[in-house]
Structure formats: structure tokens, C-alpha cells
Design a protein around this ligand. Structure first.
Ligand SMILES: [Fe+2]
Length: 121
């Protein structure tokens, strides 16, 4: 799965060098709590763009499918959030699910492409 998007200001200007940190469960729904598998970070490019090549996270009890992210523009405060998949059966039963955090997912020849744009104040 490719995960990508932009970091933009409230008036839609690209934010370069914003930190995007990603971590998520493996296909079995487990986190690597002793190492750094399926954890990483990037900085947005000059167009405010970020992207990761990763996998679709597995499910674990009590939660719908999700990625964890932190987003921080240079000198800004840290946004800690999650992104979700459309059409997941458990979305409606997950108490912290938020429909405004749904990825825009489309199929590609090489897996799925999920997009989300962050607006940072
Ligand atoms: Fe989680």
C-alpha cells in the first residue's frame, strides 16, 4: 500500500520539511514494541508532499483498521492522529473512529493507494 498526501497551510500553501511519523500493526495486528518494524518518518518535500510504501495493517481486538501518525510543521505543535479505511465493517463500532480521518483509497496495478491531506495551522 502506498500512503501519501500533502501538508498544507489553512490557505492551501504547501508546507515543506513537515515531519510525518507513521507506525502501525503488522498483518497479524501486532506492533513491534521492541524494534522499529513498520515505524518510520519522513519530511515533506518542497511541494508539501509525503509518502510511504507499506502494508495494510492487520486488525487487533477492539479497534478498526488504522494507521497512527504524527504531523508537525517546522516549529509547530505536534498533531497525533490516526487514519482509517473506508468500508471497514468495524468503523462504526470503534469508539474513536472519526469519518473525517478516512483515507481516499483507490486500487492500482501495485496494490492500493491511500491519500490524505493534512491542514496545519
Ligand atoms: Fe493502533
Amino acid at each position: 500500500m502506498t500512503l501519501a498526501g500533502y501538508v498544507l497551510t489553512e490557505d492551501c500553501q504547501p508546507v515543506s520539511k513537515a515531519l510525518i511519523e507513521l507506525w502501525h500493526a503488522n498483518e497479524s495486528g501486532n506492533y513491534d514494541n521492541s524494534g522499529y518494524k513498520l515505524r518510520g518518518h519522513q519530511f515533506t518535500d518542497d511541494e508539501g508532499k509525503w509518502w510511504f510504501e507499506t502494508i495494510v495493517p492487520g486488525l487487533y481486538p477492539g479497534r478498526t483498521r488504522h494507521y497512527h501518525l504524527k504531523v508537525q510543521r517546522p516549529g509547530g505543535s505536534v498533531l497525533t492522529t490516526q487514519l482509517y479505511f473506508p468500508g471497514e465493517p468495524l468503523n462504526e463500532r470503534d469508539r474513536i473512529f472519526n469519518a473525517s480521518l478516512l483515507l481516499d483509497v483507490s486500487p492500482t496495478d501495485d496494490g492500493k493507494f491511500g491519500r490524505y491531506d493534512f491542514i496545519v495551522a
